[in-house]
Design a protein around this ligand. Structure first.
Ligand SMILES: *Cc1c(COP(=O)(O)O)cnc(C)c1O
Length: 350
C-alpha cells in the first residue's frame, strides 16, 4: 500500500483544483482577459533559433536585472522562479524548521497552506474581520515563525490597510511575506519597504496582469540578507530561457498591461452593479476579480453556469464565504455573457 509510505503529515493533502471542462469560458482563474500578452508570439518566433542545448543562467540574471531596474532596487534583492508559487516554496524551504508555524490570514489563497504543509510546516490562521480587514493585534499575538499576508487578498479582492501591514512587518520577529500577485491593479505596493525592513519579502507574478500564466514566471524582492539565504536553497535553472525572455519583453512593453488595468477599472463598477441588480452581495475589490454572495446556493449556480459554458469559482463551502463565488472581471462582452447566463440560471430556479 503506497499510502502507508506517504509522509504522515501529508495524508490530508489533495490535488489542486483541476476542472475537467473543455470549450468553456474561463472566468475562474483571474488571468488577463485580453488574451495572451502580445509580446509572446514575437518572443516565441525569436526563440526558434535559440540554442536549447545550453542551460539558462542558474539564477536568471537577465530578468533579475530587468526587474531591478524596473523597481529601482539592487539586482541582488530579486529572485525569480517558476511562477510565484515556486518563489513561495523557496521561502518556506529556506526558513521553516520541521513543524514550525506559518501564520496566514483567513480567508485567503488556499495554495499558501499547501506549500507550508509540503515543506513540513504547520499553518495557523487568523480570521480577517467581517469586512475582510487584517487584525494586527491578533496577528502579532499569534506565535509563529513566518507570517504570510496576501494583499490585495485572494479571494476577497480587497487590500489591507497599509499602516496595519507596515506595523506588523515592523513588529514581527521573523520573515514576513507579502503576496502581491494582483499588485498591478492597485496603487499601493510594499516593494519600496523592502529596503527599509530586512524581514520583508514581497512576491509578484507574470501570471495575472501580464497575461503569461502558461509561461510560469514569478519573483520576489527582499533584502540581500534574505536573498542570500534563499539563493542557496533555490533549485538552479528552474526558470527556462524562453519564459525568461518573454518576461523581460513583457516588462519592457507595457501598453497591454496598462490596457488591462484600464479595462478592469472601467468594467469593475458595471459588473458590480449588474450583479447587485441580480441579488448578489458584492464585496469591494481592487483586483481583476470580484467576490460576491449568490442569492441561490453557490454550488448549484457554478454547476449550472459550467453546463452553460462559463466557469467561475465556487467558495461556498468555506467559512465566512458561504454561497460566495469569485469571478474574473472580464471585458464588457465577457461580463455581459456571464450576467446573461446567471440570469438564465436564476430564472430557471425560481
Ligand atoms: C495566482 C496567484 C499566485 C500564483 O502565481 P503564479 O506566479 O502563477 O505561481 C500566487 N498568489 C496568489 C494570491 C495568486 O492568486
Amino acid at each position: 500500500m503506497p499510502e502507508r509510505w506517504m509522509r504522515s503529515t501529508l495524508k490530508d493533502i489533495r490535488q489542486y483544483y483541476d476542472p475537467k471542462y473543455t470549450d468553456v469560458v474561463r472566468m475562474d482563474t483571474s488571468v488577463n482577459v485580453l488574451g495572451p500578452n502580445p509580446v509572446a508570439s514575437d518572443v516565441l518566433r525569436e526563440c526558434e533559433t535559440m540554442d536549447v542545448n545550453q542551460y539558462p543562467k542558474p539564477y536568471s540574471d537577465g530578468l533579475r536585472e530587468s526587474l531591478a531596474s524596473f523597481y529601482d532596487v539592487d539586482p541582488g534583492m530579486v529572485i525569480v522562479g517558476n511562477g510565484s508559487d515556486e518563489v513561495l516554496d523557496i521561502i518556506f524551504k529556506s526558513f521553516l524548521e520541521w513543524g514550525e508555524v506559518v501564520v496566514t490570514m483567513y480567508p485567503s489563497y488556499s495554495l499558501h497552506s499547501w506549500f507550508v504543509k509540503v515543506n513540513g510546516g504547520k499553518v495557523k490562521e487568523v480570521d480577517l474581520t467581517d469586512d475582510f480587514q487584517i487584525r494586527p493585534n491578533e496577528v502579532l499575538d499569534t506565535e509563529g515563525k513566518v507570517l504570510l499576508i496576501c494583499t490585495p487578498n485572494n479571494p476577497t479582492g480587497n487590500t489591507f490597510k497599509v499602516a496595519d501591514v507596515e506595523r506588523i512587518v515592523k513588529e514581527w520577529d521573523g520573515p514576513v511575506i507579502v503576496d502581491e500577485a494582483y499588485g498591478e491593479f492597485t496603487d499601493t505596493s510594499f516593494i519600496p519597504l523592502t529596503s527599509r525592513y530586512d524581514n520583508l519579502i514581497v512576491t509578484r507574478t507574470f501570471s495575472k496582469a501580464y497575461g503569461m500564466a502558461g509561461m510560469r514566471v514569478g519573483y520576489l524582492i527582499a533584502s540581500e540578507g534574505m536573498t542570500d539565504i534563499m539563493n542557496r536553497v533555490k533549485i538552479p535553472y528552474s526558470l527556462n530561457r524562453v519564459s525568461e525572455r518573454m518576461a523581460m519583453a513583457a516588462l519592457d512593453k507595457r501598453d497591454y498591461v496598462n490596457r488591462i488595468i484600464d479595462t478592469v477599472d472601467r468594467e469593475r463598477p458595471r459588473l458590480a452593479s449588474e450583479l447587485k441588480r441580480l441579488g448578489f452581495e458584492v464585496f469591494p475589490t481592487e483586483t481583476n476579480f470580484m467576490l460576491a454572495r449568490s442569492p441561490m446556493p453557490s454550488e448549484e449556480l457554478t454547476g449550472a453556469l459550467a453546463d452553460r459554458g462559463v466557469l467561475i469559482r465556487d467558495f461556498g463551502t468555506k467559512r465566512m464565504l458561504e454561497d460566495c463565488i469569485r469571478t474574473t472581471i472580464g471585458t464588457r462582452e465577457l461580463n455581459q455573457l456571464l450576467v446573461e447566463r446567471i440570469e438564465e440560471v436564476l430564472s430557471e430556479c425560481q
